[in-house]
Design a protein around this ligand. Structure first.
Ligand SMILES: [Zn+2]
Length: 364
């Protein structure tokens, strides 16, 4: 069969991995002990960021928690995983519907025919339509427009013989690579769904997949290893600043309480580095409660959303917790104000109005 393929067919067949080799640096691998590995990838130019991917190696199989945001990144992670173990991947868990955690799922599905892909039932329902529709304008319009703008800037820099040409060339190549990847994704749906919890025996070790309430999305799953006392959180917590864009404030707080009660010795967030203590978890939880209380009082007093956001940000306790969460780094204040105040207070107002449902909202 292979001999009959024309050189063009071969080029097409192998193009994705050749591209991957050119544009993606190898992921960083962190050995978290006890057969638990964290894989972190570099950003895609200035247009995208993968979620963390975590592998749990058991005697009878490997469980991978989250599959990166592109097939190329998942391939790169799998290549690193293959260096660590020959045990096949039996389970792929997708924590929630955001593209940066599941668009690489096809790589695991085609490499491991017996693979089970697991997600919460509401997450699967979103992945089967709304999540892909939500991402489509980015792929069809926003990304191409951004790339055209960077390309125009590059032409200008070349004419001026600017020293920044090489940097912008790399940046443009990474952006184009990302767009190609996103256009080529085969959306691969979960084969098994969870409502409340699922216990998995990996051979020699037991893991629990848990869902507590609507939190960052309607169907967040997190992973708990009871013996090792490790929790893999997905985007329920990001180190250091969690994206609250589409969150469900009260359910998120209840979920963080349930996670805190597990008293884990290691917390692995959806983005950023693992944590060996609960200080970010408790500071974020306290922040959400404080903001909720301040915002509710403001709303009851008839204060409009925009004014409420500035008032919440000016609250002294909110500022104290901001300094804990950002480690006092002033360059993170802008992200904090957007991701954990502007977006969150908006969701609090909507929750108080009773308008939050399981659909994906439009971007503000
Ligand atoms: Zn994410």
């Amino acid at each position: 069969m292979r001999r009959r393929l024309s050189p063009i067919a071969l080029a097409v067949a192998f193009a994705p991995s050749l591209l991957a080799a050119q544009a993606l640096p190898a992921p960083t691998v962190r050995d978290l002990g006890g057969g638990i590995y964290l894989f972190q990838t570099a950003p895609y130019g200035d247009v995208g960021l993968d979620g963390n991917s975590v592998a749990i190696v058991g005697d009878g199989g490997v469980l991978v928690f989250d599959a990166n945001g592109t097939p190329a990144a998942a391939e790169a992670v799998l290549a690193q995983l293959r260096k660590l173990t020959t045990v096949p991947v039996r389970y792929l868990v997708l924590s929630h519907w955001h593209w940066d955690h599941w668009y690489g799922a096809e790589v695991y599905a085609r490499t491991f025919p017996k693979l089970e892909i697991i997600a919460h039932e509401r997450t699967r329902a979103l992945m089967a339509g709304p999540a892909v529709a939500f991402n489509q304008p980015g792929v069809d319009e926003q990304l191409p427009a951004h790339i055209a703008a960077v390309d125009a800037r590059l032409t200008q820099l070349r004419q001026q013989r600017d020293s920044g040409v090489a940097r912008v060339e790399r940046h443009l190549a990474a952006d184009r690579f990302f767009l190609e990847q996103k256009r080529g994704v085969r959306h691969t749906l979960p084969t098994r769904t969870v409502r409340d919890s699922l216990t998995i025996d990996l051979g020699g070790r037991t893991l629990q997949l848990l869902h507590h309430d609507r939190a960052i999305t309607p169907g967040d799953l997190y992973l708990y290893l009871p013996r090792e006392r490790v929790v893999v959180l997905g985007d329920l917590l990001i180190n250091p600043i969690t994206y609250s864009l589409f969150c469900y404030p009260s359910g998120w707080m209840r979920t963080l309480d349930a996670i805190a009660a597990l008293e884990a010795r290691l917390l692995v967030p959806g983005h950023g580095d693992p944590m060996t203590d609960g200080s970010l978890l408790s500071a974020t939880r306290a922040l959400l409660a404080r903001e909720y209380a301040v915002a509710r009082t403001l709303k009851e007093g008839g204060v409009a959303l925009d004014s409420a956001r500035s008032a919440v940000l000016a609250d002294r306790e909110v500022q104290r917790l901001r300094d804990v969460i950002t480690g006092g780094d002033a360059s993170r204040r802008e992200s904090f104000a957007l991701y954990l105040v502007d977006w969150y207070v908006r969701r609090v107002y909507q929750e108080l109005d009773g308008t939050l449902d399981d659909s994906i909202p439009r971007l503000p």
